[in-house]
Design a protein around this ligand. Structure first.
Ligand code: APR
Length: 231
């Protein structure tokens, strides 16, 4: 089976009712990144950071996977599918995707603020000040904040370098190093970019732009890929 890598961002969860970051009305219009998504913010006002992620966790728990998530899971019948997502929700997993790499962390998990390798599942939507790891340190969201290392990046690069087909869906490609993944896709493989407002400046090899929402563009693309690469 051919290896399909799908690289996703907030846009693929938009039709599940989860706000993106940089569209109008997006999360970064309501909050300053430096107030809620940096280690400095955590040091300065951990309650505010905790609350920001508690609200996002509540939303993620109430959201349901949409057609875009489901069709990617469906493609596992025809390809070896690896999802690399910038999203912290678990909608890919809930849609049935088995191999998901979260570059920016996972909203349903917490981690020790002193020992990054102590990671825990969060029951329900709320992580509170006073919730502590087994060594007695405050638990923080298991999220990669701006300025922090992206531990899964090397793994993601390996997957993209081995891809036979590469799909990018629902990301503005504004954030690095995640956006660098496109540079690791072998030049000769077919690449696709699914986004209703494609603002794509991409100069490595050609990429086919599908100017659609994920819920419509991905099913149409999936049908083409199955026809072209598996029959
Ligand atoms: N289907 C597909 N794409 C969509 C849809 C949709 N229904 N709705 C919006 N989009 C597109 C937008 O046009 C935009 O290109 O999704 C993209 C969302 O871009 P961002 O809001 O910048 O989200 P993302 O690219 O995931 O941000 C990357 O930035 O703030 C950090 O850590 C955060 O992981 C996030 C990272």
């Amino acid at each position: 089976m051919k290896r399909l890598v799908v690289f996703t961002g907030a846009g693929i969860s938009a039709e599940s009712g989860i706000k993106t970051f940089r569209d109008s009305g997006g999360l970064w219009e309501e909050h300053k990144i430096e107030d809620v998504a940096t280690p400095q913010a955590w040091a300065k006002n951990p309650e505010m950071v905790q609350e920001f992620y508690n609200q996002r966790r509540k939303q993620a728990l109430e959201a349901k996977p949409n057609a875009g998530h489901f069709v990617i899971a469906e493609l596992q019948k025809h390809f070896v599918v690896h999802v690399i997502t910038q999203n912290i929700d678990d909608l890919h997993e809930r849609a049935g995707s088995k191999k998901v790499v979260h570059l920016h962390g996972e909203i349903k998990k917490s981690r020790s603020s002193a020992y990054p390798n102590l990671i825990y599942n969060i029951k329900g939507w709320e992580l509170k000040m006073g919730d502590r790891c087994e060594k007695g340190y405050q638990l923080r969201p298991y999220i990669v904040w701006f300025g922090e290392a992206v531990p899964e990046m090397d793994n993601a690069i390996d997957l993209v370098q081995q891809a036979d087909i590469f799909i990018v869906a629902g990301t503005s490609l504004n954030v690095y190093p995640a956006a660098n993944l496109l540079d690791y896709a072998p030049n000769e493989i077919p690449k696709f970019y699914v986004d209703p407002n494609p603002d794509l400046v991409y100069s490595f090899g050609e990429i086919r732009v599908i100017k659609e929402k994920a819920g419509k563009g991905l099913p149409e693309l999936a049908e083409k890929l199955v026809k072209e690469f598996t029959t």
